[in-house]
Design a protein around this ligand. Structure first.
Ligand code: IMP
Ligand code: MG
Length: 185
């Protein structure tokens, strides 16, 4: 039976259902399996937004992956980022010679991803690629693109499946558009 979440009235529209997300993830995982055949990539979960995506994705990947976690904050609460980025929790692993896959929730302005790829590239990895659940190309401020993308979204604020607004909605199993009234009041 479908659960009814107590804050679901804030959702304007469901964009991607649990089933659609699961289907897309298995396609992404198959690509990663192929591209990294014979390798042991280090998959980096960017906390907190990509945590649901990350745990579902790694279960679909059949390679002997390793995992690590990084927490990044872009300054400024609310629905926009300021461009300033800070590391709240760094990786446990050294990156020398590793094939790194950064797993992000959404690429919006691109500031966060730009900062992360530059920082991790400076640590001498064999390769770095980015796998993003969502891409919002209409809002890009830095010329950067993920190598693997789940879905493209328009210029709307989306929540659920790990993504939040003011730390809420992360536990929704699907991805939806947040009602404007929620963040414009
Ligand atoms: P960027 O640095 O502007 O690319 O922003 C990246 C971060 O902003 C993401 O990792 C999210 O945490 C957050 N973000 C951007 N757009 C959305 C959205 O529509 N919903 C929820 N979080 C978002
Ligand atoms: Mg994020």
């Amino acid at each position: 039976m479908k659960k009814h979440y107590q804050f679901e009235n804030d959702v304007e529209k469901i964009l991607f259902s649990e089933e659609e997300i699961a289907e897309r993830l298995s396609v992404l995982a198959e690509k990663i399996d192929k591209d990294y055949f014979g390798k042991r990539p280090l998959m980096v979960c960017v906390l907190k937004g990509s945590v649901l995506f990350f745990t579902d994705l790694i279960r679909e990947i059949t390679l002997p992956v390793e995992i690590d976690f990084m927490s990044i904050s872009s300054y400024g609460a609310g629905a926009t980022t300021s461009g300033e980025v800070k590391v709240l929790k760094d990786l446990d692993n050294r990156l020398d010679g590793r094939d790194v896959i950064i797993v992000e929730d959404i690429v919006d302005s691109g500031f966060t991803l730009n900062y992360m790829t530059k920082l991790l590239s400076s640590r001498n990895p064999a390769s770095i690629k980015v796998c993003a659940l969502l891409d919002k190309p209409s809002r890009r401020k830095v010329d950067i693109k993920a190598d693997y993308i789940g879905f493209e979204v328009g210029n709307e604020f989306v929540i659920g499946y790990g993504l939040d607004y003011a730390q809420k909605y992360r536990n929704l199993p699907y991805i939806g558009i947040l009602k404007r009234s929620v963040y414009e009041k």
